[in-house]
Write a protein that binds this ligand. Structure first.
Ligand code: NAD
Length: 410
């Protein structure tokens, strides 16, 4: 069993940061050095479509918390592709590797050119193995449910999404089918397409360890491992067995497991029974959208992809190109992703301050975008930038408590 996926993961991220002090100067003012030392380098990927607008709104909100962030602005997406011939310049990947932390606005997937998906390429090149999706109810967001507070932790690197696929009718696929039929009681029909579902000990240990470390760090009580081990004994069965082994290292956190179909029903019927869910890639993909649906949809669904080499915080929704440049769309999901980022870099009080201000603005329901109004053509809806202004104004009216105090309420 590997032992390094502990709460130390977050401490490790502080070591990624490099400080640049202007050594060429004759004198470096002490206050300048202290100021630089307090700053945290974060890469800001502004994206395309609605990306730049919500990135700017989020950056302003984060700065207004008093968190001292040194933003390294980096480009990605279809617009930069027209300029430099690639949607993901190497400088952007290098910047994220240097800072270890990025806030990323959505990026349009170029159709038929280059990468299959820039997002997938980024996750793979930085080995961001954990997808984190907190799903929380906020008063004022229309939803069938209230008081939901779930965290979905999805494994990002293997399972049916590992990309090991064999196309129907190809020679290699026929050879594989022949091999399987020779070595297995269960036969595969000719002209089948095949997707392999690898689940490894290493990837399961690190994602389940991540879920427990996250639960412990955030004061959460329970981790539920989700699987279909009763049917897929060698892949999901391994997942369950490794989950049980990892759970033994965290006796302070309750552990249980659920079969994925039962889990879906339970989440609809009694979501309040659950806390942190950890899932292989495919079930995680499906259940994270299910859980986002419980709390009001993609407009309020923040996310993060985290690994040993860095972490990228981003909204779940895409670049909504038809709304580009209209100052219209909802910045909440990216701002809440900023809240996760602040917690990730240890700025807990600033994170609470921002989350409480977002919650207060949504609960009031006045300075919110069209999608949060009872009717989409409500003339009182405000723009992206004005919603950010309202959140900043809420924060201004309340001073920040000492770091470590997480009980601030606005
Ligand atoms: P989308 O999420 O961009 O938009 C779907 C619809 O949801 C929009 O037309 C709009 O009505 C609504 N919407 C989305 N975000 C909103 C917001 N902040 N406020 C208000 N309404 C909002 O999904 P899509 O149209 O399927 O994808 C557009 C592009 O984004 C595609 O190229 C896709 O590949 C890409 N994408 C990127 C990411 C990412 O960068 N992480 C994620 C998903 C999709």
């Amino acid at each position: 069993m590997c032992d390094h996926y502990s709460t130390d993961l977050w401490l490790d991220h502080f070591e990624y940061r490099r400080l640049t002090v202007p050594l060429g100067e004759d004198k470096i003012p002490l206050l300048y050095i202290l100021g630089v030392l307090r700053m945290t380098d974060v890469t800001l990927v502004t994206g395309d479509g609605i990306g730049p607008e919500i990135a700017e709104a989020t950056r302003r909100c984060i700065d207004a918390t008093g968190a001292e962030i040194n933003w390294a602005v980096a480009e990605a997406g279809v617009e930069v592709m027209e300029k430099v011939g690639t949607p993901l310049p190497e400088a952007t990947v290098e910047s994220i590797k240097r800072t270890g932390v990025a806030l990323k606005a959505p990026i349009t997937t170029p159709v038929g050119k280059g990468f299959r998906s820039i997002n997938v390429h980024l996750r793979q090149s930085l080995d961001l193995y954990a997808c984190l999706r907190p799903c929380k109810s906020y008063e004022g967001v229309r939803s069938r449910y209230t008081d939901i507070d779930l965290v979905v932790v999805r494994e990002n690197t293997e399972d049916c999404y590992a990309g090991v696929e064999f196309q129907s009718g190809k020679d290699d696929t026929d050879a594989l089918i022949n091999w399987i039929n020779k070595h297995n009681e269960r036969k595969v029909r000719a002209k089948s397409g095949i997707t392999i579902k690898p689940i490894s000990v290493l990837a399961t240990e690190r994602i389940v360890g991540f879920a427990f470390a996250y639960a412990r760090r955030m004061g959460r009580k329970k981790v539920t491992s989700v699987h279909k081990a009763n049917i897929m004994k060698y892949s999901d069965g391994l997942w369950l067995e490794v989950s049980r082994q990892v759970a033994k290292k965290y006796p302070d956190i309750e552990f249980e497991d659920r079969i994925v179909d039962n889990m879906c029903m339970q989440l609809i019927q009694k979501p309040e029974l659950y806390d942190v869910l950890v899932l292989p890639n495919l079930y995680g993909d499906i259940l994270s959208d299910l859980c986002a649906g419980l709390v009001g949809g993609l407009g309020v669904a923040p996310g993060a992809n985290i690994g040993e080499k860095g972490a990228i915080f981003e909204a779940t929704h895409g670049s909504a190109p038809k709304y580009k440049g209209q100052n219209k769309v909802n910045p909440t999901a990216l701002i809440l992703s900023g809240v996760l980022l602040l917690r990730h870099i240890g700025k807990m009080a600033e994170a609470d301050k921002l989350e409480n201000a977002v919650a207060a603005v949504i609960a009031e329901g006045k300075s919110v975008t069209y999608d949060m109004k009872p009717h989409r053509d409500d003339p009182t809806a405000v723009g992206t930038s004005q919603m950010a202004d309202a959140i900043i104004e809420k924060m201004r009216r309340y001073s920040i408590p000492d770091v470590g105090d997480s009980t601030l309420s606005v």
